[in-house]
Design a protein around this ligand. Structure first.
Ligand code: ZN
Length: 327
C-alpha cells in the first residue's frame, strides 16, 4: 500500500487535494519499486473519489476502482512505446485534454519513464506545461532525472522518492504474509518492495534459496562437494542474467551474514533461519578472512556483468571461497 510505502508524501498530497492546491506539474523521481506510479494514481483517486476523507481516497468507490483499473477517462497514462516516448504520444495526450465535453473538469496525466521522451516529445510536452488547457495536473515519473531536459524539470515540482529502510521493508513483507525467515532474505536482497513480493511468490526462487544454502554449507564444512554442486544442483537456476545476478547477490548476503555475525551484529542478518550455524562458523574465522570472502563475491559479480560463462564464475568462486575460509 502506497500509504505505508510513502506515508509522508501521501499525507502531503492529501493536504494539497483537500485545499485544492495541486500544482500543474510534478516530477516523481526514484528507483524502481518506491511507488511512483502508485502515488500518482493515489493522488488521482484522491481528486476524483466520491467519498474522499481529508483528501485521501476511499479506494472502494466506482471512481477509485476505475482509476485503479486504468479505465477513468480524466486520468490519462502514457508509457514508452518501445524504447522511447514519441511525439505522437504527447499529441494524443494533448488531444485527449482538448476534447469537447471535458472543459472545466480537472484532468490528470501520468507519464511513465519520462526520461525516455524524444527531444520532439519533450518539447511538445513543454509547450503544454507552459500553457495547459484547463485544470491539469501532470505527473512525470522517472528513475533517472539526470536524463531529462532541465527546462522540463524547472516546470515541475520535484519529489525524490526513496526506498523504505530495512526494518520497514521487513514489516511490509511480513504484513503481506511472507514468512519471517524469507522476509529477512528478501528485505536484504532488494530495496524494492515490489520486487521482494514478486520473488516471495516465485517458486523457483524459493527452490534456489534451499539449494544455495546447501552449497554454502559444503563451503563452511570445507567439503569440496561444493564444487560439484555447482553443476549438479545450482546450474538449473542459471536461467537468465537476472537470476544469475540474484544468485551472486544471495552469496554476497551469505558472506555478509558471516561478517555481521563475526562483529556480533544480528539485526540485519539475511539468512536468520540458519543463524546458529552461521555464528558457529563465524567464530572459527579471523576477521581478515571474513572480509576477504565478501570481496571475492563482489569481484565475481563484476565478472558476471561482462558476460563470462556463469558456471565458470561460480566454480572459480567456490574454490576461492573454500580456500579463503579454510586455508
Ligand atoms: Zn473513492
Amino acid at each position: 500500500m502506497i500509504t505505508e510505502l510513502q506515508p509522508r508524501l501521501t499525507n502531503h498530497f492529501a493536504e494539497l487535494i483537500k485545499a485544492n492546491k495541486l500544482s500543474h506539474a510534478y516530477l516523481l523521481a526514484g528507483p524502481a519499486g518506491v511507488g511512483k506510479k502508485e502515488l500518482a494514481l493515489w493522488v488521482a483517486q484522491g481528486i476524483f473519489c466520491l467519498h474522499s476523507q481529508d483528501g485521501a481516497p476511499c479506494r472502494q468507490c466506482n471512481n477509485c476502482q476505475r482509476i485503479a483499473q486504468h479505465e477513468f477517462s480524466d486520468v490519462v497514462e502514457i508509457a514508452p512505446d518501445g524504447n522511447t516516448i514519441k511525439v505522437d504520444q504527447i499529441r494524443f495526450l494533448k488531444a485527449e485534454f482538448t476534447k469537447s465535453g471535458f472543459e472545466g473538469r480537472k484532468k490528470i496525466f501520468i507519464i511513465e519513464d519520462a526520461e525516455k521522451m524524444t527531444a520532439n516529445a519533450a518539447n511538445s510536452l513543454l509547450k503544454f506545461l507552459e500553457e495547459p488547457s484547463g485544470d491539469v495536473s501532470a505527473f512525470l515519473l522517472t528513475q533517472n532525472a539526470n536524463l531529462m531536459l532541465p527546462t522540463i524539470i524547472s516546470r515541475c515540482q520535484v519529489f525524490e522518492l526513496t526506498a523504505l529502510a530495512f526494518e520497514s521493508r521487513l514489516e511490509a513483507l511480513t504484513a503481506q504474509n511472507v514468512p519471517t525467515a524469507r522476509a529477512h532474505i528478501l528485505a536484504s536482497l532488494t530495496d524494492s518492495l515490489e520486487q521482494g513480493l514478486a520473488l516471495a511468490e516465485d517458486e523457483s526462487f524459493n527452490e534456489l534459496l534451499v539449494d544455495i544454502w546447501d552449497w554454502f554449507k559444503f563451503i563452511m564444512n570445507n567439503d569440496l562437494r561444493a564444487f560439484v554442486n555447482v553443476s549438479t544442483q545450482l546450474k538449473r537456476h542459471f536461467t537468465d542474467k537476472k537470476r544469475q545476478a540474484e544468485i551472486l547477490d544471495l552469496i554476497v548476503l551469505l558472506t555478509r551474514d558471516v561478517m555481521l555475525l563475526k562483529f556480533d551484529e544480528q539485526t540485519q542478518v539475511a539468512f536468520m533461519a540458519h543463524q546458529d550455524e552461521l555464528v558457529a562458523f563465524a567464530n572459527k574465522l579471523n576477521t581478515k578472512r571474513v572480509c576477504q570472502a565478501v570481496e571475492l563475491v563482489l569481484a565475481a559479480r563484476k565478472l558476471q556483468a561482462v558476460n563470462v560463462s556463469f558456471q565458470n564464475i561460480l566454480e572459480t568462486l567456490t574454490l576461492e571461497l573454500t580456500s579463503c575460509y579454510h586455508e
